[in-house]
Design a protein around this ligand. Structure first.
Ligand code: SIN
Ligand code: CO
Length: 380
């Protein structure tokens, strides 16, 4: 198996990231043979099944046969997975990057896009003939072949009508324009809304690097929630010039005007947008929990470990920044000017090499360590 990191140039088939972004990203598919030479996957079928039985992982089981589809959500019981038939199903686990540091590294090999755009690494297993049917996704996706082989059929159709009443999104009509058989280490990039269908050729595992593109509705709703928690408006409804109304039940024009001007006092600045975006995009998903160390090192021992081995973010941690404001798992931290450059390095690379930690930085990182947000690098 090829260990991470995966060089970007090879991943993108010899294209530089600038050229990939200009010519393919969100525009057209790209097939890369041997994007990860020698890749056999990061976990086996049994390890994936174990993840599908955990309640802190999101998993799905898709079954198909005679043109009918069914969908079940995990966590599953090990006996149920062991009893699956030889054919006609696919098991999918989202967020595998939260459980395996190597999967986190694979996901972050795609850091030619901002970290805030990376969603997760999904891994699927299907026996011969299995798959999730012809469909389209609303997001960009890189489909990397792990174990076995898969045939990918794709089409640029505008007709995105879905089968009504099906428990998952299956295209009513699928027009295949191109198809390829992917071998371990091959990769297919698809822009959003590109129709595709992956059929396992024998036992097959596929690694999908997914991206995050929240809808305007979602952003606006979340921003209103953010604003509501911080809103401080002065004043109260008042009507010292009240005239007796002709219809007491009628909502008068003065009343509407006053309410409208109260609402018009809701204002925000660019700094509020920065803080909202940082918190919102670094907020862990609902099922994600951190494990603080059971027997934490004392501060001095932690600093010693950092000097000896370096530190790495927990695979579940999301760390973003804007200037000297850092957003860690939904919280904001304003860093001192001397601390910010090292924190930016940690955010970009998700690790820092063996280093002496100045006091201010050690305080911050030790606190994050105690919360389970980062760890000393394991011994080699
Ligand atoms: C799969 O791994 O079977 C599904 C990936 C996809 O079509 O997006
Ligand atoms: Co898809």
């Amino acid at each position: 198996m090829t260990p991470p990191p995966y060089p970007l140039k090879t991943l993108l088939g010899g294209l530089g990231p600038e050229r990939f972004l200009a010519e393919y990203w969100q525009k057209k598919p790209l097939l890369v043979r041997q994007a990860i030479p020698g890749f056999q996957g990061l976990l086996g079928r049994d390890a994936l099944f174990d993840l599908a039985c955990r309640d802190d992982a999101e998993s799905r089981l898709v079954r198909s046969g005679r043109g009918r589809w069914s969908l079940d959500h995990g966590p599953f019981e090990p006996e149920d997975l062991a009893a699956l038939p030889k054919r006609g199903w696919s098991l999918l686990v989202q967020g595998v990057n939260h459980f395996l540091p190597a999967a986190d590294q694979l996901l972050h090999s795609f850091s030619f896009a901002p970290h805030a755009r990376l969603d997760d690494l999904m891994v699927s297993f299907a026996p011969d003939g299995g798959g999730v049917g012809p469909h389209f996704d609303s997001y960009d996706v890189f489909l990397i072949q792990g174990l076995g082989r898969r045939r990918w059929e794709i089409g640029a159709q505008a007709d995105l009508d879905l089968v009504e009443g099906a428990p998952l999104r299956i295209l009513k009509r699928f027009e295949i324009e191109q198809s390829w058989e992917l071998e371990p280490g091959d990769m297919l990039y698809l822009p959003p809304k590109y129709a595709h269908n992956g059929i396992a050729l024998g036992d097959c595992m596929t690694y999908s690097v997914g991206f995050r593109a929240p809808s305007s509705q979602e952003i606006a709703t979340q921003f209103l929630v953010y604003l509501q928690d911080r809103l401080q408006l002065e004043g109260r409804y008042a009507d010292p010039k009240l005239k007796r109304p002709r219809h007491p039940a009628e909502i008068g024009a003065d009343m509407l005007e006053q309410v409208e001007s109260m609402i018009a006092k809701i204002r925000w600045k660019r700094a509020d947008i920065v803080d909202f975006v940082g918190r919102y995009l670094s907020e862990p998903k609902a099922h994600v929990f951190f494990d603080p160390p059971a027997r934490p090192l004392g501060r001095a021992a932690f600093v010693k470990q950092a000097a000896k081995r370096g530190l790495r973010l927990d695979p579940r941690t999301l760390l973003l920044f804007k200037g000297s404001s850092f957003f860690l798992n939904g919280e904001t931290l304003r860093a001192a000017p001397e601390t910010a450059p090292r924190l930016r390095e940690l955010a970009d690379l998700r690790q820092i090499g063996p280093t002496a930690l100045p006091d201010g930085l050690a305080d911050i990182l030790y606190e994050w360590y105690r919360l389970g947000y980062l760890h000393p690098q394991p011994s080699p």
